[in-house]
Design a protein around this ligand. Sequence first.
Ligand SMILES: [Zn+2]
Length: 73
Amino acid sequence: MVVEKTQNRIKCDASGCKNLSEYVIINKKFVFDGSVFLCANCLSLLYGEIGKFFTPKNVKPIFKVGGKDGKIK
Ligand SMILES: [Zn+2]
């Protein structure tokens, strides 16, 4: 399962959403072979919901706080 940006002008698959999709969840391992198109807003909402159950692993910090002065390097 991969999430990619899409250039296709396809409506967001979330019910009730009228935005154009910007991302596609491509799924070739599941029982059904289909792609889910989502706009940035719905993908963000989905990500927030997933965060209730899973926390990302192996995520490196974007910046390091170091030094005696505590400044961001
Ligand atoms: Zn949407």
